[in-house]
Design a protein around this ligand. Structure first.
Ligand SMILES: Cc1cc2nc3c(=O)[nH]c(=O)nc-3n(C[C@H](O)[C@H](O)[C@H](O)COP(=O)(O)OP(=O)(O)OC[C@H]3O[C@@H](n4cnc5c(N)ncnc54)[C@H](O)[C@@H]3O)c2cc1C
Length: 403
């Protein structure tokens, strides 16, 4: 019988490789792209050139049967910078949507088009949220209607806050196909490049992650071929029939997809938290007040000790959930949600404490912790808010329909 929390040589190599890219390429560019509030295409291209951005890379991460490659790579990438990290990793949201619902043929056709190649990199977008349907996915209004005569789907509606919305080569759009079934009457569609009727004219100005493009996406009589329905018509018809009979399978499948992706998102928050802790530790050793380094005061040193402990604790939850998800161990207590909830809270708290330790400097854009705090806050909000994660855990541990 053996048990180890030590990383394998492959994982250590992966961590060091991504860390090197984050340190040499991402960090030096972070402040500039945050100020510009633009997608850092040259850095995405650089990531594609070294093999960090592209289908093969993500497929290799997914193939790791310990589940740890994705969180390890994400922690290092986002340690480099949250905004650029999301500009590089945001495409994976669309790819995960295709993987979750698509057929092997659809994956082979559309996933490479999400990434493009190193000479002409592209991005993908996953559009689920709507102005009135963020946490409450069952309130979705975007409709997809089947035009049997032409074997086409016609989509109408508005999507909100889509990462890469409008600048993506491929948009994966979630829409209602049977409004009587709530969230179980929904399906996902590929909107191919250049499709008429999809517009995303504005870019949303954000608090943080400003190098990552976020936009509302409008769908006005968007027509796509029948083959763009992810999973195909027969599978959808079967799923809808099951839902009408009151079967539970589809709801559980959607929940499992979220639980699987949450540890990776938690790892991103961890990367930001760790960066703020390291900046604060260094600063506290150098900054002197009253004739001695501020770290010699217990209140500062204890805060740093707590930061380190909380970050390590969150990482253990993230790695546990990633391992459970990859090995089909049931999430009996909502362990995926727990990991993201904890990591998001730790990131928001640790980055705020880092500003406190840097004092006036921490509050300025001359030092990175101000940006880290703005970037961290989103981890309490997207991929399920803090309260939605609590809801998942509370329902799991109580077996009751907590509201
Ligand atoms: C930068 C950014 C990028 C994003 N990227 C994407 C993307 O790529 N694709 C996509 O589809 N979406 C994306 N989103 C949307 C994101 O997933 C939603 O904002 C998020 O799910 C929350 O939904 P909401 O904003 O409508 O908040 P609401 O659902 O309106 O929630 C508001 C508040 O009420 C609380 N609340 C809601 N319901 C309950 C309840 N039952 N019990 C207790 N509290 C509750 C929430 O926790 C929150 O505090 C992105 C958002 C941002 C800001």
């Amino acid at each position: 019988m053996s048990f180890s929390l030590e990383l394998s040589e492959e994982h250590r190599d992966l961590r060091d490789w991504v860390h090197g890219f984050a340190e040499k390429v991402i960090r030096p560019a972070a402040a500039e792209w945050d100020e510009r509030e633009e997608t850092p295409w040259p850095i995405i291209q650089e990531a594609a050139k070294v093999g960090l951005y592209g289908f093969e890379t993500v497929a290799t991460f997914w193939a790791d049967d310990t589940g740890l490659s994705l969180p390890i790579a994400n922690e290092e990438l986002f340690w480099g910078d949250g905004g650029i990290g999301m500009a590089i990793f945001g495409t994976t949201l669309a790819v995960a949507g295709i993987f979750a619902a698509g057929t092997p043929d659809q994956m082979a056709e559309w996933v490479p088009q999400c990434y493009g190649d190193e000479d002409d990199p592209k991005v993908g977008a996953f559009c689920s949220s709507e102005p009135a349907a963020g946490s409450d996915v069952s309130a979705m209004r975007t409709r997809a209607v089947y035009d049997e005569a032409k074997d086409e789907w016609v989509l109408n509606g508005q999507k909100a806050w889509a990462t890469n919305g409008g600048i993506a080569n491929v948009h994966v759009v979630q829409a209602v196909v049977d409004s009587s079934l709530g969230s179980r009457g929904q399906a996902a569609f590929i909107i191919p490049p250049g499709t008429k009727g999809l517009e995303a004219p504005g870019k949303i100005k954000k608090h943080g992650l400003r190098a990552s493009h976020t936009a509302d996406v409008f769908l006005d009589d968007v027509r796509v071929p029948g083959s763009c329905l992810l999973g195909g018509k027969d599978k959808l018809d079967e799923k809808l029939a099951r839902a009408r009979e009151g079967g539970k399978a589809s709801g559980q499948a959607a929940m499992k997809t979220f639980e699987l992706s949450r540890p990776t998102v938690g790892a991103q928050a961890l990367g930001i938290a760790r960066a703020s802790y390291e900046h604060a530790l260094e600063y506290a050793k150098e900054r002197e007040t009253f004739g001695r380094p501020i770290i010699d005061n217990q209140s500062i040193a204890f805060t740093l000790a707590d930061m380190r402990m909380e970050i390590d604790a969150a990482r253990l939850l993230v790695w546990r959930a990633a391992w459970m998800g990859r090995n089909d161990v049931p999430f009996t207590a909502g362990e995926g949600s727990m990991s993201k909830l904890k990591a998001g809270r730790v990131a928001t708290w640790a980055t705020e404490r880092a500003i406190q330790i840097l004092g006036g400097n921490g509050y300025t854009r001359e030092f990175p912790v101000e940006r880290l705090h703005r970037d961290a806050k989103i981890y309490d909000i997207f991929e399920g808010t803090e309260q939605i994660q609590q809801l998942v855990v509370a329902r799991n541990i109580s077996g009751r329909h907590i509201r």
